[in-house]
Design a protein around this ligand. Structure first.
Ligand SMILES: Nc1ncnc2c1ncn2[C@@H]1O[C@H](COP(=O)(O)OP(=O)(O)O)[C@@H](O)[C@H]1O
Ligand SMILES: [Mg+2]
Length: 243
C-alpha cells in the first residue's frame, strides 16, 4: 500500500522551472532512495511532503490524505506523522541534549516528566548517546549532532521519516551508525525517503532508488535491479557523478 503518493508535481521559482512532472510512490515499510545532481530539486520535494513548500500543480498524498491544500494548522497533524531530518541536525543551541529531545515530547505528546525522561534515556541508549544528556550542541562533534538531530526527529514515533543527506560530511563510524539506525527503524515498519549522494549508504538501506533529472523521475527501480544492470540509467548517473 502506498503511504506516500506524489503525482503530476510541478514547481518553479520565478522563471526557473525545477520540477516538470514528478511522480513516485513509497510503500509501507519501504525506504526509497532519492538521487539527483545538486539543484535537481530533491530538498524541495522533501519540504513539500510536510507542506513547507506548495507545488504549482499536482497532488501529494500522505497515508491516502491529500495535503496540498491544507492550512498551517492542519499541517501540524501531518508533521506529527512525517518527520524531516535536517541536514545539520537543526538542534537548539541554547538547550542541552536532554532538553532538545524533550522538546518534541512536550509539544506533541501528553507524557509526564518521568515518562519523558524514560523515553529520552531509551533513545539515547539506542543511539549510543547515553551520558550526553547535559552536553550542549556546540560541544558535540558534527556526527553526534546529526545523530541527536535524528533522535529528536523520531522520538515521537513518526510513521514516515524524510532524511536529507544524513551522511553528508560524516566519518565512516558515524555513517555506519546512521545506516544502522535507519535499518532498525525499517524493522519497526517505518517508511522513509533517503536523499543522498552517498551510494554505499543508499545501497545499504534503500529498497528502491529513484533518480530526479530535469524535473522528472527518469528511473525508479529496486536496488537489486540497479546493481544487476550496469547500463541502468541510475548506474550511468552514478558513474557520471563520480568522474
Ligand atoms: N525558496 C527558494 N527560492 C528560490 N529558489 C529555490 C528555493 N528553494 C529551492 N530553490 C531552487 O530550486 C532548485 C532545487 O533546489 P533543491 O531542492 O534545494 O535542490 P537539491 O536538494 O536537489 O540540491 C535550486 O536551483 C534552488 O536554487
Ligand atoms: Mg538538497
Amino acid at each position: 500500500m502506498a503511504i506516500i503518493e506524489v503525482n503530476n508535481f510541478s514547481k518553479k521559482f520565478g522563471n526557473k522551472i525545477v520540477h516538470k512532472n514528478i511522480e513516485f510512490q513509497v510503500n509501507k515499510g519501504e525506504c526509497l532512495g532519492l538521487l539527483g545532481g545538486s539543484g535537481a530539486g530533491k530538498s524541495v520535494i522533501l519540504r513539500s511532503l510536510i507542506g513547507l513548500e506548495k507545488p504549482d500543480t499536482g497532488s501529494i498524498k500522505i497515508e491516502g490524505e491529500e495535503i496540498v491544500y491544507k492550512t498551517e494548522k492542519e499541517l501540524i497533524e501531518i508533521r506529527k506523522k512525517v518527520a524531516y531530518v535536517f541536514q545539520n541536525g537543526a538542534l537548539f543551541d541554547s538547550m542541552n541534549v536532554f532538553d532538545n529531545l524533550a522538546y518534541p515530547l512536550k509539544e506533541h505528546t501528553k507524557l509526564n516528566q518521568q515518562q519523558i525522561s524514560d523515553e529520552i534515556s531509551k533513545i539515547l541508549i539506542e543511539f549510543g548517546l547515553d551520558g550526553n544528556e547535559h552536553i550542549f550542541p556546540s560541544e558535540l562533534s558534527g556526527g553526534m549532532q546529526k545523530r541527536v538531530g535524528l533522535a529528536r526527529s523520531i522520538i515521537i514515533n513518526p510513521h514516515i521519516v524524510l532524511f536529507d543527506e544524513p551522511t553528508a560530511g560524516l566519518d565512516p563510524f558515524n555513517t555506519i551508525k546512521i545506516q544502522e539506525t535507519i535499518l532498525k527503524l525499517k524493522e519497526k515498519g517505518m517508511t522513509s525517503i533517503f536523499v543522498t549522494h552517498d551510494m554505499p549508504s543508499a545501497f545499504a538501506v534503500c529498497d528502491r532508488l529513484a533518480l530526479v533529472q530535469e524535473g522528472k523521475v527518469t528511473c525508479i527501480d529496486t536496488v537489486q535491479n540497479v546493481k544487476k544492470d550496469e547500463n541502468n540509467i541510475i548506474n550511468q548517473f552514478i558513474k557520471g557523478y563520480y568522474v
